[in-house]
Every structure is written in C-alpha cells, then in structure tokens.
Design a protein around this ligand. Structure first.
Ligand code: DGL
Length: 277
C-alpha cells in the first residue's frame, strides 16, 4: 500500500467538543462555512450538563475533552460549549499548543456590531451567566455598553425534550426575557448551544426589533477566519466528514443529533477519556 509518508497537517480534522449533543449546532455552522473540513465531534454525554456544575469541575472536564481530541490528532479545537468556553478557555489555551477557539468572544463581537443603543441582553446556563464572561467580553470592547444577563436553566431540558415550538417553552421564555425587555435591550445573545433551536419562539417573544445573536454562527465564522489566517485550511475540495464520539451511549443519539445538526449523523463511537493532572 502506498500511503503518503507525511500527509498534509492541514488535512487533519477540526476537533469540537461540548458537554453533550448541543454543540452540534456549532458543528452545523462549521459545516456551512467550512464544507471541506473533516470534523471530529466529542460529546461528553456521560457528564452532561456542565451548566449547573462548579467552575473547577467544568475546567477539569474541558481539559479532559481537549486532551482526548489532541490525542486523535486534530489541528485545532473548538470549544462549542458556552459554559466550558466561559470557564476554561484560558486554561486550555495555556495548557495546549494547538489553536483553541471558544464561542464567547465571537458572540460578544457580533453583538457589538449589531447593537445601536449598546443595551445588550445575554442568556445562558447558570454557570455561563455566573462567570460574567460575556459581560466582560462586551465591556472590554465597548466600555459604555450596558449588559443585562439572565440564567435560563429550564431551556436546555426543554430543547432536549424536543419542545422547541411548544407553548410551554414560549411561556418559560416570556418569563425569562421579560426583565431584559423591560431594560429595552436591542440585541440578545443566545449564549448556549441549545438556544439556536429556540430562535423561532424567542423571535415571537422579543418581537422584530431585537437582534438575535447566534453564538454558534459567530463562532464558526471566527474559526474560519482564524484557520485561514494561520494557513490551516484543508486543500481538499471534497465534502468533509463529521465523526462523533460520545462518553456514554445514548440510544436516542442519531435522532437527537439530527435535530441539532440539521442532517443525518452516522452512529457515534463510544470512548473513554483519560484524566488530567
Ligand atoms: N452546552 C452547554 C452550554 O452551551 C449547555 C448544556 C449544559 O449545561 O451542559 O452552555
């Protein structure tokens, strides 16, 4: 067999991880902007959710997730999980030598490009909101912006239940978003992997005048720009593949994953993660 001795390092996959299957919303956007790239997705389904865990636990899990992807020889890592980006991105960038990208900075930058009044709402898991990562990222770029943040712990289970256009989700969103709307926000950051699936209902609740920032979309654009800048894009012109690994078997994986990814997914490989010091 004539295998190339030194396959191009750029043809290696981009690694993506999330606490579960929600990060497939980021994979979906990556496939849109970088259709020729292979993606290796890790969902830590054995330990989901991260959004209710302590910062130290989230950082440890994120290091183990990244270590796994690095062990599979990816060329870059995308932290698709907002909670892990909020708490662990700096640690990952210090610990690992390959490029590691998160969702927070691109989402904050996109919100600042869209806002006219500087009054920005942010919704996310309790851990993401407690980190104040979005608030710091927004104020770091525009000191006179006003950020109104709200944790929305019920939204992840509602989306996982598939209740994305359900009246219960609408009621819950009305309750969560009322205080932000009272603050006259003109832009709302969807700071969680699961929220893009609720966009329709969120739009109905906030009305036509509030800009919705999909952190998955802005992250994918940022990753594409950065890989191009670092000359890390693949030269392949065939459609890229998406392979998924999970830390726990989930019988509903292909069904749930399809909802998040917007296209069928091959069955996932069950993997074990090694601990980190
Ligand atoms: N992936 C998480 C996030 O974006 C949501 C699910 C969880 O709590 O783990 O924050």
């Amino acid at each position: 067999m004539n295998l190339p001795l030194n396959p191009s390092p750029n043809s290696r996959p981009i690694g993506i991880f999330d606490s579960g299957v929600g990060g497939l919303t980021v994979a979906r956007q990556l496939r849109r902007v970088l259709p020729h790239e292979d993606l290796l997705y890790l969902g830590d389904t054995a330990r989901v959710p991260y959004g209710t865990k302590s910062p130290a636990t989230v950082v440890r899990f994120a290091c183990e997730d990244t270590g796994f992807l690095v062990g599979r020889d990816v060329k870059a890592v995308v932290v698709a999980c907002n909670t892990a980006s909020a708490w662990a991105l700096e640690e990952l960038q210090q610990r690992f030598t390959l490029p590691v990208f998160g969702v927070i900075l691109p989402g904050a930058a996109a919100a600042l490009r869209r806002t006219r009044t500087g009054r920005i709402g942010v919704i996310g898991t309790p851990a993401t909101i407690r980190s104040e990562a979005y608030t710091r990222a927004i104020l770091g770029q525009r000191a006179d912006a006003r950020v109104f943040a709200r944790a929305c712990p019920l939204l992840v289970p509602l989306v996982e239940e598939g209740w994305v256009n359900h009246r219960v989700s609408r009621l819950v969103l009305e309750e969560y978003l009322r205080p932000l709307l009272r603050q006259r926000i003109d832009t709302l950051v969807l700071g969680c992997t699961h929220y893009p699936l609720l966009k329709r209902v969120i739009r109905q609740v906030v009305g036509p005048d509030v800009a919705l920032i999909d952190s998955a979309e802005s992250c994918a654009r940022h990753v594409a720009e950065q890989l191009q800048l670092r000359t890390l894009l693949t030269a392949h012109r065939t459609a890229g593949e998406l392979r998924a690994c999970l830390t726990d078997e989930t019988t509903r994986f292909t069904q749930v994953a399809r909802r998040f990814l917007g296209e069928p997914v091959a069955p996932a490989e069950k993997v074990e993660l090694a601990g980190v010091d």
